[in-house]
Design a binder for this molecule. Sequence first.
Ligand code: 5AD
Ligand code: SF4
Length: 451
Amino acid sequence: MEKKNSVFIETYGCQMNLADTEVVLGILRENGYTVAPSLQEADVVLMNTCSIRENAEERIYGRLGNMKTLKQSKPGLVVGVLGCMAERLRKDLMEEKKVVDLVVGPDEYRRIPEFIGLAIAGEKGIGVKLSKTETYDDIIPYREDGLSAYISVMRGCDKFCTFCVVPFTRGRERSRSLSSIVAEVRLLSERGFREVTLLGQNVNSYLDGEYDFADLLAAVAEVDRKIRVRFTTSHPQDMSEKLLYTIAAHQNLCKYIHLPVQSGSNRILDLMNRTYTVEHYLDLMEKARRIIPGVSFSTDIISGFPGETWEDHLATLDVMNKVRYDGAYMFKYSPREGTKAFRMVDDVAEEVKSKRLQEIISQQQRISAEINETLVGKLEVLLIEGASRKSEDFLAGRTDSNKIVIIPRKDEIGEGDYVEVKIKKGTSATLFGDFVKMVDKRITPVRSEAV
Ligand code: 5AD
Ligand code: SF4
């Protein structure tokens, strides 16, 4: 039989899926597979999918239609579904969607080579068991060379927010070992990477023996001072003071915290099972600003949760005004089967959800533009990522707070360099700056006046 060994993976959804795709490619390469340069050239196409909202799933169903067409022109092509949809819709995918040859959930990726083998032999491969222990700790993810890498440090979620499908698709929380994460960062440092983002659904619950997430961050920060360290996602209930002091103490830990608030109303937060109040959340932010001068925040917000009144919506707008986030990911509530909220009445009309979401988005755009304006005249340190998208005469880099800044190109500045710039103009999306000096080691910019 002809050997079918080139694989292409399409990744949808969150950063965790991007990290998982690299783990899957690591496993497949260990088993003699190669990475195909494009979908058209692949013998095996895998889709790493997301179930977080209905529109994410609809998009993937649409894409499966394209795969059917591709399969007609290329008989023998193996098509697989990985990730959260595989876990949630295994039966539907296998029985209804004839195009799918294998369905593999997030904890069974080690068995993918076996399932591909089955598919080639004309059988269906299915693996959707969740595990209490699988962390893929020993797998070396396959990564192209680059500046920035995602590293998954824990899997699963035990929070059970009532709207969220993740505890059902990704199972219980478990952490990787600190030593394997540090070893991975060391390898990335040797390859010239300049940024790592530590990932988990709820990184504050990280635990490896006596080491907590603050210990992990400190250990990662010490590997290479030229590597800038980000992390996501934090939960307001578990964010410790120790973690805040750790962020403050290390120059290369980004002074930037993604801390989803979800809603500004205590009544809705309770219905969401978020386990904190707005007052606790605002206190935490104040504490963070005191301990980490110049820290900035981003958030997630859901609009139109069951029972959300106009007053609840105003409370969300109010909390945004109080915090003044640098950025926000804003969503319309989407009922997910199996969650607790699915059994609540989805009583906010679609037009009302859309209108509220639009108000939230407009308010955030205004706040982002105002924050960016306050940065004019200030110094920022950028990690240069390369030419700007619009012109080779300009370079683009990112600040600690993940903002893109465009500066005129200079011969001495290369990709992966840290430079200090003075901001001269800001819009809601982009900042423009002038080169000030090269920065040998990371220096934390002073932004306290900007807050
Ligand atoms: N509907 C809308 N948004 C959701 N999120 C999670 N579940 C849902 C849902 N059912 C959002 C939350 C979470 C982010 C990753 O996705 O804001 O923080
Ligand atoms: Fe979902 Fe809540 Fe867990 Fe985040 S913390 S993954 S929103 S259940």
